[in-house]
Design a protein around this ligand. Structure first.
Ligand SMILES: C[S@@+](CC[C@H](N)C(=O)[O-])C[C@H]1O[C@@H](n2cnc3c(N)ncnc32)[C@H](O)[C@@H]1O
Length: 255
């Protein structure tokens, strides 16, 4: 365990790699996940720098970045998460604003539990503090491309605006991991960017912005998210919806 992980484990009781390893009974020594290069190089200013939390952790900022669509896109997820009583639900990666708060409250109605993973300790500390009053939430230090959870650990999974930040290889692995840890019969819900219609002016406004700030997002403009799904997913298991002239997409897999 590196120094940062030790400090975090002492001050914030989120689950570290050694906890997960002990609980799984594997008895193997696992290294804590390291910050991926793409996150360090491209997104240090948004997720790793202490000032990033100060700036981005406000609902109006997140809403502005999503052109006023935060509520609509959060509701698009909540519409899919009227789960059976006592479900175990995974949220892959932390999100600024009140997305996780709303998801945790929504799941509490069905006495369901929410497990949140993230690779960045600073984000885990923040989410832990933010969701402290929810007793159905646990947070875990894990990498979305190589989770420590056993196969079929969760009833359902949610991946909200993570994929566009990842290079294609990591994006494919994240999708495959979300499918792997979700049980047959469950749902995997993705919400992310999508290439807008040619008639949508956002196409011309957002392309240079994303090229400069979020270059990996352009893979989701070029190809439908469904292109990156594992081969075993059949067409009839997939449903897609689009928002804001096609700038955003929701893809739901029924496993
Ligand atoms: C879900 S995305 C962004 C969502 C949205 N733009 C928002 O408002 O926050 C950002 C999070 O993904 C996390 N992340 C990036 N790559 C990851 C990975 N490989 N495994 C786990 N978390 C990852 C970052 O640390 C960050 O907390």
């Amino acid at each position: 365990m590196n120094d940062d992980s030790i400090a975090i484990a002492e001050n914030f009781p989120f689950k570290t790699v050694s906890d997960e390893t002990a609980e799984s009974g594997l008895g193997l020594l696992q290294r804590p996940p390291t910050i991926p290069d793409y996150l360090q190089d491209t997104y240090w200013w948004a997720y790793l720098h202490p000032k990033s939390l100060w700036f981005f952790e406000r609902e109006w900022v997140v809403n502005l970045i999503l052109w006023g669509n935060m509520k609509k896109l959060t509701n698009a997820v909540l519409d899919e998460t009227n789960f059976e009583q006592g479900s175990e639900v995974l949220q892959v990666a932390c999100v600024y604003g009140n997305f996780s708060d709303r998801l945790a409250s929504h799941l509490a109605i069905s006495h369901s539990k929410l497990s949140i993973i993230d690779v960045a300790p600073i984000q885990l500390r923040n989410v832990k503090k933010k969701l402290d009053d929810h007793d159905n939430v646990s947070v875990h230090h894990q990498d979305s491309t190589d989770m420590l959870f056993a196969n079929d650990s969760f009833n359902h999974s949610v991946v909200f605006f993570l994929l566009h930040e990842q290079p294609e290889e990591a994006l494919r692995k994240t999708i495959a991991e979300a499918v792997r840890v979700t049980r047959p019969g469950g749902k995997v819900v993705f919400v992310d960017y999508h290439g807008p219609h040619r008639s949508n002016p956002m196409r011309y406004l957002m392309k240079p912005v994303l090229t400069m700030l979020e270059p990996y997002a352009l893979a989701l403009w070029r190809d439908a998210l469904t292109v990156f799904l594992p081969a075993e997913i059949r067409q009839e298991q997939i449903s897609s919806e689009f928002y804001f002239g096609g700038l955003y997409q929701k893809v739901v897999l029924q496993l």
